[in-house]
Design a protein around this ligand. Sequence first.
Ligand code: GDP
Ligand code: GDP
Length: 435
Amino acid sequence: MSNIVAIVGRPNVGKSTLFNRLLQKRQAIVDDVSGVTRDRHYGKSDWNGKEFSVIDTGGYIIGSDDSFEAEIRKQVELAVDEANVILFMVDNQVGLTEMDKEVAQLLRKSKKPVLLVVNKVDSNKNLDDSYEFYNLGFEQFFTISSMTGSGTGELLDEVISHFEDTEFIDPFEGLPRVTIVGRPNAGKSTLTNALLGEERNIVTDIAGTTRDTIETHYNKFGQEFVLIDTAGIRKKGKVSEDLEFYSVMRAIRSIEDSDVCVLMVDATRGLEAQDLNILFLAERNRKGVIIVINKWDLVEKETNTMKEFEAEIRNKIAPFTDVPIVFTSAITKQRVHKLVEVIMEVNENRNRRIKTSQLNELMLPIIEVSPPPAIKGKYIKIKYVTQLPTRTPQFAFFANLPQYVKEPYKRFIENQLRKHFNFTGVPIDVYFRQK
Ligand code: GDP
Ligand code: GDP
């Protein structure tokens, strides 16, 4: 289970500075995921071996037409809904403001742990100024400098102490975890109902966790998986921009918690930029991926309609094109069972382990015939290949000069692996290492 840390606070207190520091050297996973802003506001970090996601909620809200107050309120709501730990940031240089008090007021209602973070304490001589923040009513606060990083270690120690115990007993241990993501109205609930029918009522709400996801056991015709359904946290009465935004946050969270993501696309709209972002997110998280083109009943068809549709989609999702595409009508249940089969297959592919002997027998002759191009008169010799004991397929090729192997050759190798073994729907990694 992933843990999410949200940073809230009024503008200019230093939220994005802290965010960037936490993500140091790590790439933000999503660019422009919601279309609300051009900046990057979601990414992964870790502390003492515990991985977590960070959201700079401030960055998401900027650009809406709301008043300042409404924006802050949304920020806080978002953090309270989505995060496991909330960092409430204030600015030591400016001191306590009315808006800080309002944010504190909103956060007090939250049942989630809220840590008060006094930022811009760049040196000890600023420390005395921070005492006024006791007025916000928190028992303790953390003084940090996002700019220099001082104090962030202690803060992170506290943050990770609030994480959900990942050792909790999962009643569905070992079953593939599947999530259905996609834009509002793509047909996700209809598909969920088609899959689960009445059984949807027999939900297992994992108690003791802070998340509102519903996990349902699908077990029919010998096929078993857990459907992660985040619909429970759907917000009512939200304007469309917010709805979009919440759906993105839900998607992020459920993707992180799953093994296989079913990306649902409305056939009458086609694959849009936002769908590509979700796909990219799943790929970067090394999840299995299936694209479902739903509402196929609404499309006027000629002989090649499906083929053409499929070609257009593969074109858009390049270079990761080895992805199953299933055309469904959730409403009539057309190909819903087929989809279940594809889910099981992709999960199997993601867990595929190829014996070292088999890999070498197959790949070394291919490499012999098409070796990496020599660079500056130096020949690259690949001697040995093995699949790494990782959770998703990763391959290490041992060579004398691994640093000279370039991207196109890596892609060639990946394509060869895909050609000879079934990794459809699964991102794979290819590394070249020193022999
Ligand atoms: P946000 O609007 O809350 O995301 O705030 P930013 O991260 O954009 O920071 C606002 C301004 O405060 C920027 O000019 C930062 O360089 C500055 N800033 C952020 N953290 C610190 C800090 O720890 N010390 C000082 N002196 N300035 C900081
Ligand atoms: P969600 O927001 O992704 O959960 O989408 P819903 O499942 O609520 O579906 C949105 C609308 O599309 C509803 O009116 C559904 O009845 C309709 N819908 C869903 N799947 C299909 C389909 O396969 N064909 C048609 N014609 N309509 C569908």
